[in-house]
Design a protein around this ligand. Structure first.
Ligand SMILES: NC(=O)c1ccc[n+]([C@@H]2O[C@H](COP(=O)([O-])OP(=O)(O)OC[C@H]3O[C@@H](n4cnc5c(N)ncnc54)[C@H](O)[C@@H]3O)[C@@H](O)[C@H]2O)c1
Ligand SMILES: [Zn+2]
Length: 365
């Protein structure tokens, strides 16, 4: 088991990474003993893994796990309300503990339910997708979508612990695994050369990626995010570096109406784009640029993008929600393991990056 602290003063908590941790969760923390636990999960996750989590049905809970549908379109007020109703039915009190077992959607909505129920009850997050292990479970951002905008309603409510058990990944579709892997690669590029190398050395397409190696990649990426969150809990500055690859990534998701790419795949393309802009500015040497390109490629194929309109992509970039005073910040790598934030990237530079991405696509076909 690897333990990574999230140093948030009074809210300090551990991230535990290790195969086989989820089945023994109640034994991991003294403070959980004698506390009433209520599990929130999804039917898809529970049918695959509920049997391993016998504690979830035992005396302490008395109630069956609360199962709500996951997937982005269920990250809604309706799902939140259903969870609150079940908390009331279960008699959950202020000293109870919510355990969220699922991907980023379950974590975000169950965490927000915990943040708002009785003005906040403790919660533990057990992420079951690679993306949620290295990203959404860490940092305390919880919330739901508004019908008109993603993640519009939410809070910061730190969990008491994160328990990342790679055994969940045994049932995760390969495309979802790769999606999380692009986020791990992002962490390597922005702050950890040895993690970057580990991703280069993982099996091509991540076929047969060994559990111990996955575990150590999860731990390294978690450490990067935990350190950044500890320095900037409310996303006032430093935390923005986690958006490496996301400015273009979000634009690709938006112009394809969130249907073509998984979030991670769009970030994979976005990493390539950010690296191309950085190379164009002379921040990134050709060798480092090529290393980023081949590392992205190594993780696996992504849906194509060369048929998309660059005008639409540029338009989506300019509407980026992180824009301030009309300036869209780009996180640019200047070597492997270091990034800078720049808000003076021009339309011409983005256009050139899009051309480089499309050219790369042609080469790799
Ligand atoms: N809070 C944050 O800081 C933060 C950060 C990044 C992303 N997010 C959010 O996370 C969400 C995306 O998370 P996600 O990619 O985990 O999506 P998700 O929760 O929708 O899960 C993806 C799919 O995988 C299935 N699944 C989950 N675990 C499984 C398993 N072990 N085996 C088989 N199938 C499994 C789910 O049922 C779902 O169909 C988005 O809503 C995003 O906004 C939040
Ligand atoms: Zn992301």
């Amino acid at each position: 088991m690897i333990e990574i602290p999230v140093e948030l003063g009074a809210h300090r908590y551990p991230i535990l990474v290790g195969r086989g941790l989820a089945p023994v969760l109640p034994d991991l923390f003294d403070w959980l003993r004698d506390r009433r636990m209520v599990v929130v999960s999804s039917p898809r996750v529970w049918t695959r893994h509920g049997d391993r989590l016998g504690w979830a049905r035992r005396a302490a809970t008395r109630a069956e796990p609360i199962l709500v549908p996951d997937g982005e379109r269920h990250k809604t007020r309706a799902t939140l309300a259903a969870i609150h109703d079940r908390f009331v039915d279960a008699g959950l009190r202020r000293d109870g503990v919510v355990i969220a077992v699922g991907g980023g959607v379950i974590g975000d909505v169950a965490g927000f339910a915990a943040a708002t129920y009785m003005r906040g009850v403790s919660w533990v997050v057990v992420p079951t997708t690679l993306l949620s292990m290295v990203d959404s479970a860490i940092g305390g951002k919880v919330g739901i979508n508004h019908p008109k905008a993603k993640n519009m309603i939410g809070a910061i409510h730190q969990p008491r612990a994160v328990v990342s058990d790679p055994a969940f990944l045994d049932t995760l579709p390969l495309r979802e695994v790769r999606g999380g892997a692009y986020e791990i690669l992002k962490c390597g590029i922005l702050g950890d050369r040895s993690l970057f190398r580990a991703m280069q050395e993982a099996p091509a397409g991540l076929l047969g990626w060994r559990s111990t190696e996955v575990g150590s990649a999860i731990a390294s990426a978690s450490r990067i995010k935990a350190e950044i969150v500890a320095k900037d809990e409310h996303e006032e500055g430093l935390r923005r570096v986690l958006n490496l690859g996301h400015t273009l990534g979000h634009a690709l998701e938006a112009v394809t109406h969130y249907r073509r790419f998984t979030h991670g795949e769009a970030v994979g393309w976005g990493l390539l784009g950010a690296a191309a802009i950085a190379r164009g500015r002379g921040l990134l040497k050709d060798t480092a640029f090529e290393a980023v390109v081949s590392a992205v490629e190594h993780i696996g194929p992504r849906p194509l993008l060369s048929d998309l309109s660059s005008a639409e992509i540029l338009d989506a970039v300019s509407r980026d929600k992180k824009a301030r005073a009309g300036k869209v910040p780009f996180i640019l790598p200047f070597g492997i393991g270091r990034v800078v934030i720049r808000d003076d990237v021009t339309t011409a530079e983005v256009r050139r990056a899009l051309r480089a991405m499309a050219a790369h696509e042609a080469r790799s076909r």
